[in-house]
Design a protein around this ligand. Structure first.
Ligand code: AMP
Length: 304
């Protein structure tokens, strides 16, 4: 059945204070799928590109056990393009342009085989499209959803209609404050969980992530990194690692959710070490396990 991933695939032009890259592989579904692919497969990716989308990217995704039956390739169409510029504080990013291109008419069609998937990760796209995906699923059991300030501001009603249908919402701290109209994150989490999702994850960039559920509040550290090369896709890689681990284990207990947050943070840390998706292309499960253990040691201490 596999893990269903829906979102954008695109060509990113990214500038950091250290370097610049043009038309590199990007998109929320790309990062989610690659990060999840190290845990279990197949990953069933649903998205859209134009005929200008380089064949080597298709090959690379295929080589990671990512099934592209649900990828629509529009003949003569132009792939989604996005450009971002990072400040010296890499937590601050300006979007320079967003060209929707073929994405403008995206109507996600879930292939017959993938409709049976029980685990679903909805990358950051219009909440109307995210709902359309769920409408086609036979019996979804665990739905993870990402969104952003653009939809919180522009499609609030549609997002609020969607939230009761998702099990986990993953957003960053400023998005949580915006969605809840509440500056305090603990209060904001209560407000957002009352909107529908049983579990809320709030990412705090280089300060880690918080998981809120009925039973617990879990605070995960961020990996202390000396060289962050390109933060693009960190949030999506987090979602991919988180969902991929849970899809592999099928264990939704509180302890497993905590481990999933650490695997999410682990995949995000690999993502930002290189430009574009390069940091996620040639990993081994051993490397992932090794960094997971380093995370454990980061906040382990004795009572006395
Ligand atoms: P992140 O750094 O996790 O926020 O994700 C960045 C990725 O999201 C980039 O690779 C972009 O191609 C993609 N992206 C940026 N804006 C949008 C948008 N409005 N809709 C869908 N994907 C987007």
């Amino acid at each position: 059945m596999g893990l269903l991933v829906v979102g954008s695939l695109g060509l990113d032009t990214v500038a950091t204070p250290f370097d610049k890259i043009e038309n590199a592989l990007g998109g929320s579904a790309t990062y989610i799928s690659l990060a999840a692919s190290y845990f279990s497969g197949p990953i069933r990716l649903v998205g859209i590109v134009g005929s200008d989308f380089p064949k080597e990217y298709i090959e690379m995704l295929n080589n990671h056990n990512i099934d592209l039956e649900g990828l629509q390739i529009v003949e003569g169409g132009k792939t989604f393009r996005w450009s971002g510029k990072y400040h010296y504080d890499l937590n601050v990013r300006d979007t320079l342009f967003t060209e929707l291109n073929v994405f403008e008419k995206f109507d996600p069609i879930i292939p017959e085989n993938a409709r049976k998937s029980k685990f679903i990760c909805l990358g950051n796209i219009d909440p109307v499209l995210q709902a359309k995906v769920l409408d086609q699923m036979e019996n979804p059991q665990f739905v993870v959803c990402d969104t952003m300030n653009y939809w919180i501001e522009g499609k609030k009603k549609e997002l609020l209609d969607l939230l009761p249908r998702v099990n986990v919402l993953i957003i960053n701290d400023s998005e949580a404050r915006l969605l809840a109209h509440e500056p305090n994150l603990i209060k904001a989490a209560k407000i957002i969980r009352a909107m529908g999702p049983q579990i809320l994850i709030i990412k705090k960039g280089e300060h880690g992530a918080l998981l809120f559920s009925e039973e617990t509040i879990f605070s995960a550290p961020a990996y202390p990194m000396e060289s962050i090369y390109d933060p693009t896709g960190a949030g999506d890689s987090f979602a991919g690692g988180f969902t991929g681990y849970l899809f592999k284990t099928r264990d939704l207990s509180t302890e497993s959710l905590k481990r999933a947050v650490i695997y999410g943070s682990t995949m995000a840390s690999f993502c930002v070490e290189k430009f574009s998706t390069k940091g996620l292309e040639e990993l081994s499960y051993l490397q992932i396990q090794d960094r997971f253990r380093q995370f454990m040691n980061l906040s382990r201490f004795d009572e006395d």
